[in-house]
Design a protein around this ligand. Sequence first.
Ligand SMILES: [Zn+2]
Length: 421
Amino acid sequence: MHLELTRVVQGSGRLGVLRGLSRTRPHHSLETPGCLLYTHLGSVPHLTQDTLHTLKDLPSVTQVTLSDIAEHQEVLESFKEGFRKFAGLHDTVLYCSLHDPAALCPAGYTTNKTVSVWGSGGRMELTVTKFMSLQKCTQPDWYTSMADGETWQVNTTRKRVRKSVDRTLAHLDECLLLHHKLPELEEVSVFGVVEGGDIVDERLRSARETAKRPVVGFCLDGFQTGFMEPSVRAQLIAAVTEELPEDKPRLLPGVGRPDEVLACVEAGVDVFEGFFPFQVTERGCALCFRFDVTPDPESAGRAPPAVLELNKEEEVVRNGNVNRDDQTQMTPFEINLKDKRYEDDFGPLVKGCGCYSCQNHQRAYLHHLLVTNELLAGVLLMIHNTSHYLGFFKALRAALASDQLELLKRRVMEAGGRESD
Ligand SMILES: [Zn+2]
């Protein structure tokens, strides 16, 4: 795998293409900044493979999590042909992460030799040997090495952070050692995990040491939404990415809100997990923020939003992410279709959206499906939310290519949720 950078502007992000994503699937590439396809056990929630493939610009990399897979190890071992075939995923690059970004992961369960993951049946403790035996039967194209990432809580001590960096490096070395002994993983690539909590010198040590190992990219752990002041996070990510080799991708788990994605791209991140549309769908909401940077003839003559209102919205965006509960709470980028105000709203979810849901249905119908608990609500919302989110990433790359990132940021922040009301 190699990253071809077409444009790098210090402090404004990197535009590029990841090529040769997998040795068995060399024709696949991923444009960056980009996101992965979020799944539960290989399936995008609410959507069949048929429906999924009607969406445009789907990411070429599908994410599965070890927390989902671990409890099916015996079945996969007897199946023998890897998770991609098991789940009916025919032609996608498979990425296996340790944790599910959309699920809470309780703290206090790591030891020097183990980490814990939570599946539907509860907690499972993994040693490196167990972790690698899971990779052996999953047969992904990429995986992140085992890591001790329990440093996201406020007031984690320096001693604990140092221990997390040391353990994560030790786990990586052990994973690499076993990896090279397993012929099943010959074609598989490893992402090293950078830890270090909110302590800059530990972050830098983790980045430098991980970069010395034979990894294809870096997973910047411990920056999940809700645990760190966004400005501190951006500074730490910028410091870490400075230390990392330019030609390898940086993946940021647990961050999906559009405003946070923009800030982290500016700090040097290339790849995000695509779980945000799923979270929005689960709360009965539709993404409706704007990301168009070309003048809209319809709104061209309209007065700009009141400055006071804009500031208020930005304040919500800035202050809204210091609490883990926000993962399940509405953001300013969506509308809540269960709200009675949509009962007789016969417009599409988003005017001008080309997705199936917006082309064929109205807000009032989605409201009806949600209040009557019809399963179709999740299907239609997931189609729109995924399509809208992928459109945002496309616009982000276009804005980087044409020096319009500032304009895109203003558009995303000012329009959050209100524009289509
Ligand atoms: Zn739509």
